[in-house]
Design a protein around this ligand. Structure first.
Ligand SMILES: N[C@@H](CCC(=O)N[C@@H](CS)C(=O)NCC(=O)O)C(=O)O
Length: 223
């Protein structure tokens, strides 16, 4: 049980880490979080009281290493368990572009997308219409920026599939469900479709299908 991933298949940040594991067929023990399995939940909370997933645990107690945050999980895999697909370019300048785009997808796509979902989970009387308008405005702005950026690119950065695309795939997948990407952003929509066709992400999407009825905004009848 060298590598364990505590995660949920329907969670966007979990999918981000899963893509990296699937890209390199890296062996790991899935530790799926579920209300039906309080023991796994307690072990997870022991590793990370903040309880945001995924986390990666490498090795056995007492000398195991716990890696928090999906980006860091991918960075760690690239260093400690590298495979044929290197998700961080060896060239330091190219790696900066990859890390920059990883931050863009997390901070300006995933974060506003999650705000909308978390708002929908709140009781109606504490929902925040102003915050929702701001979150959707940010999505709209970032769609426009990403559409221009993707006009002449296959992948988000460094001319290769990378950490940035691991971040982009679930972020754009759920963002489009949350605040649809307008048809005029054809480059961005084509990029989202390319990500969906990537076998590692297609597998993560397939594994999450049973959970679609739980999407708080109502899952559309499409990927
Ligand atoms: N910054 C974290 C974010 C992780 C995150 O937000 N995970 C969500 C699932 S996609 C989560 O743990 N949600 C449970 C909760 O908020 O209680 C990362 O990059 O891994």
């Amino acid at each position: 049980m060298a590598l364990q991933l505590f995660f949920h298949p329907f969670s966007s940040y979990s999918q981000k880490a899963l893509i990296a594991l699937y890209e390199n067929a890296t062996p790991f023990t899935p530790r799926t979080l579920s209300p039906d399995d309080p023991a796994t939940g307690a072990e997870f909370a022991d590793h990370w009281p903040i309880r945001r997933f995924p986390i990666l645990v490498d090795g056995e107690r007492p000398s195991e290493r716990t890696i928090l945050e999906a980006t860091t999980v991918i960075e760690y895999l690239d260093v400690a368990h590298p495979g044929p697909v290197r998700l961080i370019p060896q060239d330091a300048r190219a790696a900066i572009d990859v890390r920059m785009m990883d931050r863009v997808f997390d901070n300006y796509v995933s974060t506003p997308q999650q705000r909308v979902v978390y708002d929908a989970l709140r009781p109606a009387e504490v929902r925040d219409a102003h915050d929702m308008a701001e979150a959707k405005a940010m999505l709209k702005k970032v769609y426009e920026w990403l559409d221009a950026r993707m006009a002449a690119r296959e992948w988000a950065a460094a001319d290769q599939f990378s950490l940035a695309d691991c971040a982009a795939a679930p972020a754009l997948f759920y963002a489009d469900w949350t605040h649809p990407i307008d048809a005029r952003f054809a480059h961005l929509r084509a990029y989202r479709a390319r990500l969906l066709a990537r076998p590692s992400f297609a597998r993560a999407v397939d594994e999450a299908r049973p959970f679609r009825p739980y999407f708080p905004l109502g899952a559309p009848d499409r990927d």
